[in-house]
Design a binder for this molecule. Structure first.
Ligand code: ZN
Length: 405
């Protein structure tokens, strides 16, 4: 049992990140609200504490009533809403919101790097798939997110026959992507309809990943900010804040950390002053959930997400940054447009590498292997998958993924 499972009085770090993906009109926002309850309040609490995790996310604690036999799952209440008995705490979950809008695909892809599983939200009153549904599933596949649950939302707006037809469309679409036996839960998020069933399926389908605390620290930075209000006195200024998820290892207050490749391609070293998760301050953080680290860095270095995409480790443990990468190229099977599956020498691309987005120019390509020069240096590992987007009619479209050689 980890510390976070034992205690209900101390702040609890979330142990799994679940993406909320899907088409922009599918009702993701109301689903997040239905799943996480008072998330808006939680957020303002963080702001009051002066350290905020502004990534698109919301946390929830899952509970189960063992007295009620079926579907007795709910969030953020220690008492069963049906029988009032004391409920069992299951785990704390971070929901990572992915923008549904297609122009934010790069943001979606960097969010996918933080996800352990995903809830794909599909609207029951629209044909499936919508273009963004395809792009998001491509992104999940590329990022290696295999555990998914579908929320077939807005079922209150359709007749039973239509809901059944839509259900079949979803199942067919998923199996084309190689996703088999995915639970499809009909929901009506506006009325909190079937949220208990959705939680039950999440619990069954998306396990907490095993984390190796002995491995060196590796954290993906998804956001960064200056939390100081204008006019704060110099001696009251808080250092730059890094928001993201630990992939391996752990970090504690007082640790020296290294940030790479660094804002100018030069690694920087700083000290951990405070660590926060949505339920409060932690003395030590482990993999899972979204956390925020307040550092001793000049806050101007961290403002406006300037450190987004950076990797955080212990000094001397991060690989050297590089400005040129060689990748094996794999074109996605199902594109949303008839964009050609090819990348040519001298072509400009957008690459998503972990939570980092970088512009690249193809130095050489035979459509199976490519050498790419990057505008800003990155830290990569052999075998890592990166997303490759190509420009088409003023939009960046996901076309392939590359595997670092
Ligand atoms: Zn009960």
């Amino acid at each position: 049992m980890t510390e976070r499972k034992k205690s209900r009085t101390k702040p609890v770090q979330a142990e799994v990140n679940i993406g909320l993906v899907g088409h922009v009109d599918a009702g993701k926002t109301s689903l997040v609200e239905a799943l996480t309850g008072k998330w808006v309040d939680t957020h303002s609490e963080e702001l009051k504490r002066g350290i905020s995790i502004r990534i698109g996310y919301a946390d929830a604690s899952f509970f189960k009533c063992e007295k009620c036999d079926k579907h007795a799952y709910f969030t953020n209440s220690e008492k069963c809403p049906k029988c009032n008995a004391k409920a069992k705490f299951l785990r704390r979950v971070s929901f990572v919101d992915a923008p549904g809008h297609e122009t934010l695909m790069a943001t979606m892809l960097s969010g996918a790097a933080l996800m352990n599983g995903a809830v794909l939200v599909v609207a029951a009153n629209e044909p499936c798939p919508q273009p963004q549904t395809i792009e998001h599933l491509n992104a999940l596949e590329i990022s290696g997110v295999k555990k998914i649950v579908v929320a077939q939302n807005k079922v209150d707006l359709v007749e039973k026959k239509e809901a059944e037809r839509n259900h079949e469309e979803i199942a067919k679409f998923l199996s084309e992507f190689g996703y088999k036996n995915v639970p499809i839960v009909p929901t009506a998020a506006h009325f909190r309809g079937n949220i208990d069933l959705l939680i039950e399926e999440i619990e069954r389908t998306i396990p907490t990943p095993k984390s190796d605390l002995k491995k060196p620290l590796k954290m993906y930075c998804g956001r960064s900010f200056d939390v100081n209000k204008p006019g704060t006195k110099i001696n009251e200024l808080k250092g730059g804040v890094l928001g993201g998820t630990i992939i391996s290892g752990k970090v504690k207050v007082g640790d020296t950390i290294e940030i790479g490749p660094g804002p100018m391609g030069k690694k920087i070293i700083t000290t951990v002053k405070r660590i926060n998760c949505s339920s409060g301050e932690l003395s030590e953080a482990v993999p899972g959930g979204l956390i925020a680290i307040e550092t001793t860095l000049d806050p101007s270095i961290a403002q406006n997400d300037q450190l987004k995409g950076q990797i955080i480790g212990k000094p001397g443990t991060l690989p050297e940054p590089t400005s040129e990468i060689s990748v094996g190229v794999h074109f996605i099977k199902r594109s949303v447009t008839d964009i050609a599956p090819e990348i040519k020498t001298n072509e400009m691309l957008v690459l998503t590498i972990g939570t980092m987005t970088s512009i690249g120019t193809i130095l050489s390509s035979n459509n199976k292997k490519a050498k790419i020069a990057l505008k800003k240096p990155v830290i990569v590992e052999k075998g890592q998958r990166i997303a490759i987007s190509k420009r088409e009619k003023m939009k960046w479209r996901l076309v392939a993924y590359g595997e670092i050689e």
